[in-house]
Ligand binder design. Structure first.
Ligand code: MF3
Ligand code: CO
Length: 249
């Protein structure tokens, strides 16, 4: 069942989305060689608490942290650790979710560490973020879920990269994950039409090599099968009469 949101519900989601954005902005500025992913986690946890919101990920199916921090060949769901110290040339994806007043916000960015990030990784980050905006342009009443993924896939593959299939975006509202699933590729089952008030977390995950993923022994961290680099950007977007409304702005 897909739950469409009223204007007052969208206002609440905007507030949770705003908190997520403020946290991510601060973390982006903090990323530097020598910073550990646990340093990022600690700051995020403090800021979320100060905002009056609650972290959305911690405790979700037993997930241990408020952030997911995924470095280089890690696609998503990397677990923050004091032992994972960022170094120049790395790229780190930071995914953050909160719940405020019963409504969820969820967003992700990928950030370059230091000055020695390769041209390929820089292009990967640019293409992945741009593919998210290509997808957002499709968030219009009457378009289909498949139009969103199609826009990501077309843009990413034209750039010579590949789209991860094992993880997808999702509806979001009073739960972190609601229907429908939002794949980042054109898919047969995804012919659902977009309706006013639907809210979608669109989150392309893009690899420089092949699309295949595997999950590490920690049961969470998803990495590329071929060791290639991966980037991830995410926004929550509402379907409105006036077109897409980004709630995690
Ligand atoms: N943005 C990711 C998602 O929507 C993060 C979930 S992490 C989890 O799936 F721990 F909550 F699972
Ligand atoms: Co999400």
């Amino acid at each position: 069942m897909v739950v469409c949101k009223s204007q007052s519900e969208l206002d609440k989601m905007r507030r949770s989305g705003h908190i997520v954005r403020q946290v991510l902005d601060e973390l982006r500025a903090m990323v530097a060689p020598g910073i550990s992913t646990m340093d990022l986690e600690k700051l995020a946890e403090r800021r979320i608490k100060e905002s009056g919101a609650k972290p959305a990920f911690k405790g979700y199916y037993g997930y241990p942290c408020v952030l997911c921090t995924s470095i280089n060949d890690e696609i998503v769901h990397g677990i923050p650790s004091a032992k994972r110290v960022l170094k120049t040339g790395d790229i780190v994806s930071i995914d953050c979710g909160v719940v405020l007043d019963g409504y969820y916000g969820d967003a992700a960015i990928t950030v370059a560490v230091g000055d020695l990030v390769s041209p390929e990784r820089k292009k990967l980050m640019e293409v992945t973020e741009q593919s998210l905006y290509k997808a957002i342009e499709k968030v219009k009443i009457g378009n289909t879920i498949s139009d969103i993924g199609g826009a990501v896939q077309e843009f990413v593959e034209a750039a010579g990269f590949s789209v991860v299939r094992e993880f997808v975006g999702h509806g979001i509202g009073t739960k972190l994950h609601e229907e429908p699933q939002v794949p980042n590729f054109r898919s047969r089952g995804a012919d659902m039409r977009l309706r006013e008030g639907m809210v979608l977390a669109i989150e392309p995950m893009v690899n420089t090599g092949g699309p295949e993923a595997r999950v590490l022994e920690d049961k969470w961290t998803a990495v590329t099968l071929d060791g290639s680099s991966s980037a991830h950007f995410e926004h929550c977007v509402a379907v409105t009469r006036n077109g897409p409304l980004i709630l995690t702005q």
